[in-house]
Ligand binder design. Structure first.
Ligand code: HEC
Length: 138
């Protein structure tokens, strides 16, 4: 009888150790899945000016007049990308146009000014627009 009890105790101890160990591992994997991905996404967006520019274009009123591929009131952003080389000078030039608005490059219809858009945000949006024809900044 004594022997059997001892065996049972060992069995219970082993089972407890296994099940606790298993649970711990499960919990840490779940935590990785819950928090890892969004953090990685934020980090990726932060280091990618094109992705940031795209979010800004979506968050502003640009879609009222611009589509990625079709002309609405303004030229399609892909047509803008085809017209201009993806250079620093053109990023600055288009960023200024986004802030100040104006007409003449595509016709007589003016683009509205965006005085509340910061220079750096306007440059990110210009970079996104200029990337749409597949060109990389050079
Ligand atoms: C009220 C309509 C309207 C809105 C809103 C608008 N645009 Fe435009 N956009 C135009 C028009 C019209 C033109 C063509 C201007 C021209 O002929 O020079 C244009 C031109 C542009 C160009 C090319 C500029 C050039 O000189 O070739 C870029 C880049 C651009 N828009 C980006 C944006 C972005 C980014 C936003 C959002 C922050 C935006 N637009 C919001 C109407 C608009």
């Amino acid at each position: 009888m004594k022997k059997v009890n001892g065996f049972l105790i060992v069995l219970v101890m082993v089972w407890t150790a296994i099940s606790c160990g298993g649970k711990k591992e499960e919990a840490s994997t779940a935590a990785k899945e819950d928090y890892g991905t969004p953090q990685e996404e934020v980090a990726a967006t932060k280091s990618d000016p094109i992705a940031q520019g795209e979010s800004l274009v979506k968050a502003n009123d640009c879609k009222t007049c611009h589509d990625k591929t079709n002309k609405i009131i303004g030229p399609s952003h892909t047509d803008v990308a085809k017209k201009y080389d993806f250079t620093d000078a053109n990023v600055k030039k288009l960023a200024e146009k986004i802030i100040k608005g104006g007409s003449g490059n595509w016709g007589q219809v003016p683009m509205t000014a965006h005085p509340n858009v910061s220079e750096s945000d306007a440059e990110l949006m210009a970079k996104y627009v200029l990337s749409l024809d597949g060109e990389k900044e050079h």
